[in-house]
Write a protein that binds this ligand. Structure first.
Ligand SMILES: [Zn+2]
Length: 295
């Protein structure tokens, strides 16, 4: 009975429905990394303007900084939007933050990212935390292997070995009951080296063949210098259904802030920052072909 109840709750999960539809329709969903109310508002406005589904993503930092305030604002924004929006936690890297997040309520999905632990510990913790989330109707994302690099909101993996995901490892994580899988196939967080991304697409295709349609593949490390229309669509063709957008959205916020602060009223600064972020998100929605896909 209990298991049926959980299955029912997960089936009704809006983040799952949004990304499942993207997989079926061969487009991707933008998971927009938000750090403030402006990011949340920009995501919803972009989605409504483009008639596109989207995900508002928050890092554990949001809870360290503001307890549940940003999370609950995001959930309310998603509830009130005229297009499908879900709320997802990106890179939750400790059991404590995951337990706290589940308790606070408001997340549709949580990335249970134990990739900085060694493999056995990663599996053990992931299993326990995936079960905890699922019992509350929250879907999960995991990262078999290890995506290296650094960006705002994520623990730096500098000095740790990059571990590319294998189809066998992917299979082990599928068995845990995860919904989304973030493969490491040469993608890194933040800046790429002078050679640019060295992506192992044959590996990605083997992973996709192994997991089939049981989980959705999601893309991390889509640096804006490289991941534009062409490369993003190549990732869609390889079976990916969600991409995290972080740097360019938040760069628009800080750029406009630096340009306008002290020159116009603060309300104008905030409004212009929101607009600039919205523009970046809208462009990405066109690139990943989610534009027009909101039912
Ligand atoms: Zn990531």
């Amino acid at each position: 009975m209990a298991t049926n109840g959980i299955a029912k709750k997960l089936k009704a999960n809006r983040a799952k429905a949004i990304v499942d539809a993207a997989y079926a329709g061969k487009y991707m969903i933008a998971g927009v990394c938000c750090y403030n109310l402006e990011g949340i508002i920009a995501t919803v406005r972009a989605a409504e303007a483009k008639k596109s589904p989207a995900l508002i993503q928050l890092f554990p930092w949001s809870i360290e900084y503001a307890d549940g305030l940003l999370l609950h604002a995001a959930a309310e924004a998603a509830d009130k939007a005229s297009v499908p929006i879900g709320v997802h936690m990106d890179h939750a890297q400790s059991p404590d933050i995951i337990r706290k997040s589940v308790e606070l309520g408001g997340y549709d999905g949580i990335m249970v990212d134990m990739s900085h632990y060694e493999k056995e510990e990663n599996m053990r913790l992931s299993k326990e935390l995936v079960e905890l989330c699922n019992a509350k109707g929250i879907i999960t994302e995991c990262e078999p292997g290890r995506i290296n690099g650094f960006e705002d909101g994520i623990a730096d993996t500098e000095g740790m070995e990059e571990i590319l995901t294998t189809p066998e490892q992917a299979e082990e994580f599928v068995a845990l009951g995860i919904d989304w899988l973030a493969p490491a196939f040469g993608n890194v967080h933040g800046a790429y080296g002078p050679k640019g991304p060295q992506l192992d697409f044959p590996r990605l295709e083997r992973i996709h063949a192994a997991v089939g349609d049981r989980v959705r593949l999601v893309l991390h490390g889509a640096h804006e210098d490289y991941f534009q229309e062409q490369l993003l669509r190549k990732c869609i063709a390889a079976g990916m259904s969600k991409v995290n957008i972080n740097g360019p959205v938040n760069a628009a916020y800080t750029r406009v802030g630096a340009e306008l602060t002290g020159k116009v009223p603060l309300t104008t600064v905030v409004e212009e920052q929101t607009k600039a972020m919205q523009q970046v998100i809208e462009q990405n929605m066109d690139w990943i072909m989610s534009t027009g896909k909101a039912a």
